[in-house]
Design a binder for this molecule. Sequence first.
Ligand code: ADP
Length: 271
Amino acid sequence: MRAKFDLSRLQIGLRNRFLGKTMFFSKNVPSTNDWAEELARFGAFEGTVVVAVTQTRGRGRLHRKWVSPDGGLWFSVIFRPKLSARDAHKLTFVAGVAVAETLREMYGLKTETKWPNDVSVDGRKICGILGKANASGGKVDFVILGIGVNANFDPKHALPKSLREKATSLENELGRRVRLEKLLAKLLEKLEETYDIYAREGFNTVLEKWKGYACFLGHEVELSDKNLKIKGLACGVNQDGALVLRLEDGNLANIVTGDVSMRSDRGLRRH
Ligand code: ADP
């Protein structure tokens, strides 16, 4: 096992008000999101964080597999926001901003947010974000935000062949390994800061920050969903977090789910 976390040292240095005050660590779990969800159902406080060295059943959207080898940073956070159920997914944008800003500030990486829930470097995914909300009576009870950062491993060796061209890692980008506790501490601080901005100033401020990292905006993209493929110009992301596409017939479409690939002269870009 390569990664070791000294959580107590991390917590002493943490400047947060609530996020990360309670933390749990495990060498291996099926999924940090499932673990956090179980704790939330038992009443765990907002800001509780769970971290694991590896996940055997990490998930992406639509139950796709998130590969989580040793050396990555795999964690989930419990939030209890005062939000209606229909706004819960907006927290994935909060996480996107926090990750994009952190990796840029700490390591100088040119991070990009990719609609709806990833962070990439030069078109290769470096971080996946997965939100899951639990609501009753139209109000959010809790939201689990799972964040996976490809950190101290080489995708060429640690990830399946099919992902090697689509994924990158901090080790790959920087040519060195990073201190995972330092990275986690900074991510938790940024998450709290961005979450507070959402509560204080509203979603638009978060969305504007997120759009500042969204390099696909203003470009031709291809959107694929289960039964559908559409091409269009990515014009924006609206107040609901939907992708606004100008279709080839000139009409505008608000897209709420799907996978986006950026088109370039050389064909579709890795995404
Ligand atoms: P997206 O938002 O890009 O559609 P998801 O959030 O659904 O992706 O995440 C799951 C997908 O991410 C998988 O189907 C796989 O293609 C890719 N993937 C899985 N593990 C990793 C990883 N460690 N790094 C980068 N990409 C990964």
